[in-house]
Design a protein around this ligand. Structure first.
Ligand code: DQA
Length: 159
């Protein structure tokens, strides 16, 4: 296989796992709500699970809405599927919804907490309108279930 073709195929097996504002603080941020697992630990377990299912991961966090939108656009070119925890931006950002709609890849929305059991302003997510599925309230395990589902969906698909 030509090197270029190989490169294209391996990139298309990548699952982008994108995390929004304040998720860099996981572990110490409101542990009674979000648990004690750090984002680095989530990144490691997600990469391990994805690898066992034949996928690689691109795992990132940003506090910037613009950067998150940029990464979704990038995922549209490079990813087989996307897991997105847009954190507070889920509840506020029409621009993020627009980027998610433009993605044309399976998109799993994940929240560690269950926003529906929390303040009313967390009950609506713009991201959900473009999501293939939503997993919430299962803590860090939610990311693993999202990987499992994407792998199941993408199974048998070639780049
Ligand atoms: C969150 C839920 C959001 O409401 C909140 O703003 C977050 C984290 C979660 O993972 O539970 O920052 O997305």
């Amino acid at each position: 296989m030509a090197p270029a073709a190989r490169h294209q195929k391996s990139r298309a097996r990548a699952i982008y796992v994108l995390n929004g504002p304040n998720l860099n603080l996981l572990g110490s941020r409101e542990p009674e709500v979000y648990g004690r697992t750090t984002l680095a630990e989530i990144g490691k377990s997600v990469a391990k699970r994805a690898k066992s299912l034949g996928f690689s991961t691109v795992f990132r966090q940003t506090n910037s809405e613009a950067e998150l939108i940029q990464w979704l656009q990038e995922a549209g070119q490079n990813a087989a599927g996307v897991i997105l925890n847009a954190a507070g931006l889920s509840h506020t950002s029409v621009s993020l919804l627009d980027a998610a709609r433009a993605l044309r890849r399976p998109l799993m929305e994940v929240h560690l907490s269950n926003p529906y059991a929390r303040e009313k302003y967390r009950h609506h997510s713009f991201v959900s309108e473009a999501a293939t599925g939503v997993i919430c309230g299962l803590g860090a395990d939610g990311y693993l279930y999202a990987i499992d589902h994407l792998a199941h969906l993408l199974k048998g698909q070639t780049a």
